[in-house]
Ligand binder design. Structure first.
Ligand SMILES: [Zn+2]
Ligand SMILES: [Zn+2]
Length: 230
């Protein structure tokens, strides 16, 4: 036991059992998504690729998520984001069995010119939280797949938490124009590249779609999205 564990004892975020944030019993509540579908229309699709027709309204070519966004995962993510418990995220990442993520095969087939871009936080939010959860997940993916991490995007709009907005139209407006390419990034760097956008959760998809729009308009060939939960 470390000294900090005496001052800040850890409890399971679900059943309050002491020892860690996700106890052995509650681990079973983490459910892997094992159905491959198009995120846009939610109908079956190999490797979660977006259907050709669905791409007319959606900038992301593939969305892959590890777990279902059930009550337990909601609790974990809430604690990570709003109570700044970064260790809970590290614990969660360690629990993932890559063999249970079927669509990883898809990324492995694409060998070159593929990069990982975490969805950036607005600088004020980063200051408040102290870390970007999307960066921790990107590091995890980088260790798994060996694709380099890039930092080309910035968040220029301080958006409200999407979960607190009920109306779809307002959620859409909330994220509209939220991202841009960093000033020093030359568009030629992005030409014909493939980029995996990384975030903790995808719900409506508006946020990542806005980021994907910026990338595609800068010449990126394919934009994929990897999230912990959906
Ligand atoms: Zn528990
Ligand atoms: Zn579709």
């Amino acid at each position: 036991m470390f000294i900090k564990d005496i001052f800040f004892p850890k409890f399971c975020l679900n059943c309050k059992k002491p020892g860690g944030y996700i106890c052995l019993k509650c681990q079973k509540k983490l459910l892997y998504i094992n159905f491959q579908k198009c995120f846009y229309c939610q109908k079956i699709s190999l490797y979660n690729l977006t259907h050709y027709n669905c791409l007319k309204n959606f900038y992301i070519d593939q969305v892959g998520s590890v777990f279902y966004y059930n009550d337990f995962l909601k609790k974990i993510i809430k604690n990570i984001k709003y109570r700044f418990v970064k260790e809970a995220l590290d614990e969660l990442l360690k629990l993932i069995n890559p063999l249970n993520i079927s669509f990883l095969e898809f990324y492995k087939k694409i060998s070159s010119d593929i990069f990982i871009q975490p969805i950036p936080l607005h600088k004020n939010k980063l200051k408040e939280r102290g870390f970007n959860q999307a960066c921790s997940i990107s590091l995890y993916l980088n260790r798994l797949l060996n694709f380099p991490i890039i930092d080309f995007l910035e968040r220029v709009k301080e958006t409200k938490n999407q979960a607190q907005i009920e109306k779809r139209q307002e959620r859409y407006l909330n994220t509209k124009g939220a991202f841009r390419l960093k000033k020093q990034i030359d568009n030629n760097l992005l030409k014909n590249k493939r980029i995996i956008l990384v975030d903790d959760v995808i719900t409506t998809g508006y946020t990542v779609n806005e980021a994907a729009k910026v990338l595609k308009k800068s010449g990126v060939l394919k934009v994929y999205c990897f999230t912990l939960a959906q």
